[in-house]
Design a protein around this ligand. Sequence first.
Ligand SMILES: N[C@@H](CCC(=O)N[C@@H](CSS)C(=O)NCC(=O)O)C(=O)O
Length: 238
Amino acid sequence: MATAGTSLVFRQLFEKESSTYTYLLADKDTKEAVLIDPVVDTAERDAKLVSELGLKLVYVINTHCHADHITGTGKLKTLVPGCKSVISKASSAKADILLEEGQKVTFGKFSLEVRTTPGHTNGCVTYVLLDESIRMAFTGDTLLVRGCGRTDFQEGNPATLYDSVWGKIFTLPDDTLLFPAHDYKGQTMTTVGEEKRHNPRLTQTKEKFVEIMNNLGLAYPKQIDRAVPANMMCGLQD
Ligand SMILES: N[C@@H](CCC(=O)N[C@@H](CSS)C(=O)NCC(=O)O)C(=O)O
């Protein structure tokens, strides 16, 4: 297991139209890098940063098939030849690597462990950084800061999401740093302990949670009709 304090490169990047966070992680020593949840509109920015930092992008990883923006995965495969696309098998999307529960994505001396966390979509996963000195998890849309992903389309299911969060994320140590795929209020990160105490939805009973989620009344994402078909192919390929 690695020690992040000495050799983890970490950047949180933002795409403002969809309020999406993209994460760059790399091993400072081996230079191997991964991007989590890139957006097509900012793929060139991300590729430039990878190059400027002298990193070698090995994997472009998705937490799920997004409905609100087109993933940057396909474009990054064009911009950075050799990197591989990654998503869960349960997403039914096309990618070079299809992940299942417990599998690991390794870059240098670091690994991200896959925890399947369905509920927002069937194929949602959370990636947990296995490290001795810092605990981090990338929750996609499963768990947001003081919120969670909606469950009203793409086979969403509120009871399933509740079980995913309590069974696969809230079982991590309280000091685990959590990084979501979106935030709409300027918040950047949270911790397991914070969300267990203060998440207004997930602190409720499962029955109350289901009622809340079934009555959110959110408008559909503006780009859903073009984003989902494109993301089933891991984004635009040229
Ligand atoms: N207005 C945005 C879409 C906002 C939205 O629906 N966000 C999703 C995650 S992206 S599918 C969500 O789960 N939100 C939960 C919530 O409580 O807000 C757009 O048009 O793209």
